[in-house]
Design a protein around this ligand. Structure first.
Ligand SMILES: [Zn+2]
Ligand SMILES: [Zn+2]
Length: 282
């Protein structure tokens, strides 16, 4: 969920099955018995007509605070150890910001994986019998309650180890998702909406610019500069960047490490609306 959809841990753990809406359509040929007699979701060649996930709540771990009187402190270092602790623990919260509350498309491959996961969850429910506390949680523990963020953290580490990949935070997977959208040349506006970002600034702060992309930018910028005189002769503006591309380029240049910027500064034009303007310190 983090790697493909860019969800935050709390957002993924806060999902209920009812937040996922999948519309199926027949994939079989026109006029088959299947089309006539069966629902689309049981068609052997079924396809998703649409699949969307709405993010509207999250599971958060709040830090315990001391409840002991100031005059007679309990002496514990952390609030969690205080006998009169308050305000802490794991809570379910509504996503309040307009950007955070969002609906995103779900790839078919992920729908298939989620269906398998749902079958496994059904088996766990059967096993738990009356101990199961039904909450419709997409990711539930063995009694149907939401998965504790700490447990999820440990599971994530185990998963990385069994996949034999380098250690990383779950949040890094979210960064990867954002970077992937960038590499796929998804417009910044759309990236913000998928990631639940409210500020343009967040985009530049969060994204790791992969070197393939910086190379690509350098090539584009180079192409733009060196092709310019020739393009002017050829009379059409096919070589011009669209406003959207220009805005994306501006943003990318602003996100580059300083040493890259210094290098690019040498080749970029000095005009006000070109990528060069991103290099002028604010
Ligand atoms: Zn069918
Ligand atoms: Zn205390």
């Amino acid at each position: 969920m983090a790697l493909t959809l860019g969800l935050r841990r709390g957002e993924a753990l806060g999902l209920r099955w009812s937040d996922l809406t999948v519309k199926w359509q027949h994939g079989c040929e026109q006029g088959t018995k299947c089309r006539k007699n069966r629902a689309a979701h049981v068609c052997a060649k079924r396809e998703t007509e649409s699949a969307a996930l709405t993010i509207k709540r999250g599971i958060q771990q709040l830090v315990w605070r001391h409840g002991c009187p100031e005059k007679r402190p309990c002496g514990k270092k952390y609030g969690a150890g205080c006998p009169q602790r308050h305000g802490g623990g794991v809570v379910v919260t509504d996503v309040k910001s307009r950007a955070g509350r969002r609906t995103i498309g779900v790839p078919r491959q992920l729908i298939d994986a989620l269906e398998k996961h749902r079958e496994a969850q059904n088996a766990e429910r059967d096993k738990a019998c009356e101990l199961w506390d039904e909450g419709d949680w997409m990711f539930a523990n063995y009694v149907g309650r939401p998965v504790h963020p700490t447990v999820d953290h440990e599971n994530w580490k185990l998963l990385l180890r069994s996949a034999e990949v380098r250690d990383a935070r779950l949040h890094d997977a979210r960064h990867t998702a954002a970077t992937m959208l960038l590499v796929l040349k998804v417009p910044p506006r759309a990236i913000m909406s998928v990631m639940g970002w409210s500020e343009h600034a967040m985009l530049t702060r969060y994204l790791h610019i992969p070197h393939e992309l910086t190379d690509d930018i350098a090539a584009q910028v180079g192409g733009l500069m060196w092709a310019a005189p020739a393009a002017a002769d050829v009379d059409d503006d096919e070589e011009e960047l669209t406003d959207e591309q220009r805005a994306a380029l501006l943003k990318l240049v602003a996100a580059l490490p300083d040493r890259w910027r210094e290098r690019l500064a040498d080749v970029l034009p000095d005009d006000d609306d070109g990528p060069g303007s991103a290099l002028v310190p604010a």
